[in-house]
Each structure stands twice: as structure tokens, then as C-alpha cells.
Design a protein around this ligand. Sequence first.
Ligand code: PLP
Length: 375
Amino acid sequence: MNQKGLSEKEVLALLNNARLKDTSYSKVLSAMCTRPHPIAVKAHMQFIESNLGDFGLFPGTKELEEKVIKLMGELFCDQNACGYITTGGTESNIQALRTARNLCNKQHPNIVVPSSAHFSFDKIADILGIEVRKAGLDGEFKVDPSLMEKLIDDNTIALVGIAGSTEFGQIDPIDKLASLALSHDIFLHIDAAFGGFVIPFLDKKYEFDFSIRGVTSITADPHKMGMSTIPAGGLLFRDEACLLPLQVDTPYLTIRKQHSLTGTRSGAAVAGAYAVMMHLGMEGYKKIVDRCMGMTYRLVEGAKDLDIRPFIDPVMNIVALDVPELEKVRKKLREKGWFTSVTRNPRAMRLVIMPHLNEGIIELFISDLRDCLRS
Ligand SMILES: *Cc1c(COP(=O)(O)O)cnc(C)c1O
């Protein structure tokens, strides 16, 4: 650190230089985050000082958090659901399985997840000391419930279903997983980190939430398709007792107990999430999802004209395309400024069609893809 501080102007110049190296979202088809809605940014700035780790000092922000949980509970068909706003899907998944582990009290606990599960479950295995068993998928990249059942034993404490898989945007047969969970009397956690703010707004209806008996907890991220600012994840439990195993005593704060994984935590992101949910409403989110789905269908149609097929017909705004010479094509696209990503198995070009994109950009991508395939 310098002995003497720099002027504000000098510091802002340094920041500008750094910011110029960042990518603007305009040609990013690889990200699950997007430009937050302007009202979320405003709310975030207004609550920038607020710390929910010590909410006795910030009762107004705490009320907003309770309201966001209520709004999300309604969205997921249980207005009495409880929970809190986390830093994202990873924290929500960790905390959901931590609850399951602490309530089940097994010496060598395991959980069964789809092999399509997000890499946060590898962190869970390490942090929580839980064995993570991965069940195979069917031809449409949904987990196969019969393969899941084979992996269940006396030490299994929870099943995980994915509603909106990171790579294929697929939804597992949650009703079948719920029957399994109920018959074995174990937890069923739904990872809807991405899909939580997509599935309720699709034209086609899917049951994936608390409307299904047996679903015990849900992860859904406001900072992905919820259009909110980072860091905002949501963790919801059907049963309030599920929060208890997460509580620790906090002797030197204005509050007596805390159930979040982090200590100090952003009230700004909670205000952002509240603002955007109140502002958009169900209709606003539906419009955003409709627009993303329209662009997704157009992209798939454009790819098919180039003889490139998606591995599944799009369920949500994520597509995996079977592109020949994948790495070569991706490199060429990168030279044209595009950010694409890949799936693991099978390897495919993975594209996420987020609200920061527009129809013109999709046409440009299709035409650049055509050029990259030819050259
Ligand atoms: C993005 C994602 C996560 C992780 O969320 P973070 O906010 O990045 O921690 C977990 N599960 C699924 C299905 C996701 O898509």
C-alpha cells in the first residue's frame, strides 16, 4: 500500500482501466448471470451499508428479506416456506444438505444426486463430509429414478433433483424422486438455482416445487434469471424446523442467533431482489422468459439450418448443440468476440440465452457460426 493515498480522480482512473478489461455482456452466451435490472441496482446502492449478519441494526432490511422469502415461497407454491437470502446457489445447496446431515445423525451419511448436478455438490462432499453418489441420466438428460433408487441405502439422508440443469437446462422427474424420498423417509432437495425464475413462467407447466409432497427444500437464485444484483441466492424450506440445525449462538451481536453460513452479509442484494420482484411481478418475469425462449427457439432453428442439432429440444433458455470440431469452432467464435461454453458428457456447445441478448445479436451469432463452420 502507498504511504500516501491517491486522489479520488486517480483511483477512479485505475478502476476505469480495470473495468475496460471486463467483458460487457453483449456477446456472452456462456453465463447464467446477466445485467441486473436497473431498479435492483438502485435498491442495491440505497442499502449498500446494510449488514444482515447483524440484523438487529437493520430491521428494515430484515423485513425486506422476510418479504423476499414470502414472495419466493408463493412462487414455489408454499407461502409459509421459510429460509433466507444466501450468497448464491452454492451456499443454498450447502446449507440445505447441512440441515439434512445434522437432522439425520448418521455416521457415514450419503446423498444421491443426478450425474448432471452442479459442481457445488463436489464442494458439499468435501465440506460436509458426505459421500455424494451420482445417478445416471436417461436419453433426455433427466436423472433415471430407478438408477437413483439403486444407490439409496441405510446411510442415505437425501436425494437431490435438478430443476434446470446447468448444462442442458433439463428438469428431473421431481414427482418420481418425491415418491422415492417419501418411501425411504429422506430429504428431497431441489436445485432450481437457475430454473427457479424460469420454470414458473414457461408456457409449458412443470411441477418441481413445494406443490409436490416430499420436496423439503429449494434453491433458487435471484442473481441469475431473477434479474437481481450479485450476491443473491435463495434457500427455502417447507418446514421451519429445518432452520434450527443451522443456528449458532452469536453472543456479541444485536441478535442472539444466526443461521446463515456467512457472518457479515449483504443487505444490498436483498433490497435489490425485493425491488425487482415487486417491480416486475409475475407478468414482468413472464415477458422476460418469453423473450429469452423466443430467442432460444430462433437460435435452435438457425442451427438446424446449418445441420446442427440440439441434444434435447429446449426446455428452458439453455441449449447444447452438437457442433462438429467443437473446440476449433469455439476458438473461431471467440476470435469474433463470442463467449460460448461446453457440456461435459456428451461434449457439446453450451449456450445460455440470457436477457442481455437480443434478436439482432442472435442473428449475428447464427451467421458467425455459419462462417466458423465453413472456414
Ligand atoms: C449456478 C448454479 C449453481 C451455483 O450457484 P452459484 O450462485 O454460482 O453459487 C448451483 N446449481 C445450479 C443448477 C446452478 O445452475
